[in-house]
Design a protein. Structure first.
Length: 251
């Protein structure tokens, strides 16, 4: 196994090449060598100082793995738990496919796309957490009881208090219906986005085995980017309704 093969996957990219050949790193190496020569050191120590200065600078420029938040599917209920598990499985299969690709531009591009795959999985986790919380809030509304109370109230005496009661119960039921629609739509969209993620990974597996030209990736990067963008939009939409859901659940 070569030195390059031993590097972490997050380092096998164009960013690593840029770090190695960065002008600032080369300048520091030259400055280190000049300092050694100035103090009259022998050739070997001078080379060592130059190499050390270069390595220090390169280390500061190398891409780092994002720490991210811990993803724990067991902390949420189904179907959200299943969505997160599917996304994590797709991420695992993608990384395995990339590891089988030969070093070169093709693999470098796959690693870059993999970073967006990781972002998509993180968004799937955030969406699922919010969706799970939304379903809990809907449960706190006790919609069935509210509907029954509304029907009973409509049969009561027609006076000012009666109309106010009906309006309050109707507003509660309408809010619950809207939240139920949002939760159902979120489930459907997450299921679809997970299917598209699986499709992208399946295509990657095929390309990693058969293709040598980076051009064969075609629109894969754009496909993944669009998927991540839609996940982010879905998460923002759920954020916007979460306050309403919690307030309604509290009442």
């Amino acid at each position: 196994m070569g030195v390059v093969d031993a590097l972490p996957e997050s380092w096998k990219s164009r960013k690593t090449g840029d770090a190695i050949t960065a002008p600032s790193a080369i300048l520091l190496a030259g400055a280190g060598a000049a300092t050694g020569i100035l103090f009259g050191l022998a050739a070997l120590p001078v080379v060592g100082i130059a190499a050390a200065a270069w390595l220090v600078r390169v280390a500061t420029l190398l891409p780092r793995r994002a720490s991210g938040e811990r993803i724990d599917p067991m902390g949420i209920s189904d179907p959200w738990r299943g969505f997160v598990r599917d996304a994590l499985d797709a991420q695992r299969r993608y990384r395995k496919a990339v590891s089988t690709a030969k070093p070169g531009p093709m693999r470098d591009r796959l690693v870059e796309i993999g970073e967006r795959i990781d972002a998509g999985v993180s968004e799937c986790w955030r969406v699922s957490r919010r969706g799970d919380a939304l379903v809990d809030a809907i449960g706190n509304l006790d919609v069935l009881s509210a509907r029954k109370e509304l029907e009973d109230a409509k049969q009561g005496a027609q006076n000012e208090a009666h109309h106010a009661t009906v309006e309050a119960l109707q507003a509660q039921v309408d809010t619950a219906d809207r939240l139920i629609d949002v939760a159902q739509d979120a489930q459907d969209r997450t299921r679809l986005l997970n299917a598209r993620l699986d499709e992208a990974v399946a295509r990657t597996v095929e390309l990693a085995i058969r293709a040598d030209d980076v051009g064969a990736l075609g629109g894969l990067g754009g496909q993944v980017e669009e998927l991540v963008s839609e996940m982010e939009s879905l998460r923002v939409a759920l954020d916007e309704v979460s306050g309403t859901a919690q307030a309604a659940g509290g009442t």
